[in-house]
Ligand binder design. Sequence first.
Ligand SMILES: [Fe+2]
Ligand SMILES: [Fe+2]
Length: 147
Amino acid sequence: MAQYDDACTLLDEDHNEVMRLFEQYKAAHDASRQKLLARQISQELLVHMQVEEEIFYPAFGRATGDDKLLQEGEREHREARELIAKLDAEPANAKLMLELEDAILHHVNDEREKMFPKARKTQGLDLMGLARQLEARKSELMAGQPA
Ligand SMILES: [Fe+2]
Ligand SMILES: [Fe+2]
């Protein structure tokens, strides 16, 4: 059963979840806990970006024709993936994690303040249908990941 009736609300709940994980990482005092949290943060973000790119961004692009916002979003995703790859090699590098947090914070604000308000105003964007697709794809991807 669908938990969300609006794709933007679903995506923003992912944003809040990853922000909570960043806080936990900063409060973590040992490398093994940092390592665990770094893996969780990476998984959350990679799945989130993938479903945005597969489902939400193309639908947003078709309905609004706003290529500029889309390209900005995709560029920020690329930056985030580069930082995630570096963290994969050094999960206890707190400075690197702060860089990722800053980048994600900036990106989340762009989606929250520019993309989502525009999506909600745009006729013909089925945010309820998209929420269902995002949710289904997320569960599929999460199921394929190691715990
Ligand atoms: Fe997002
Ligand atoms: Fe995004």
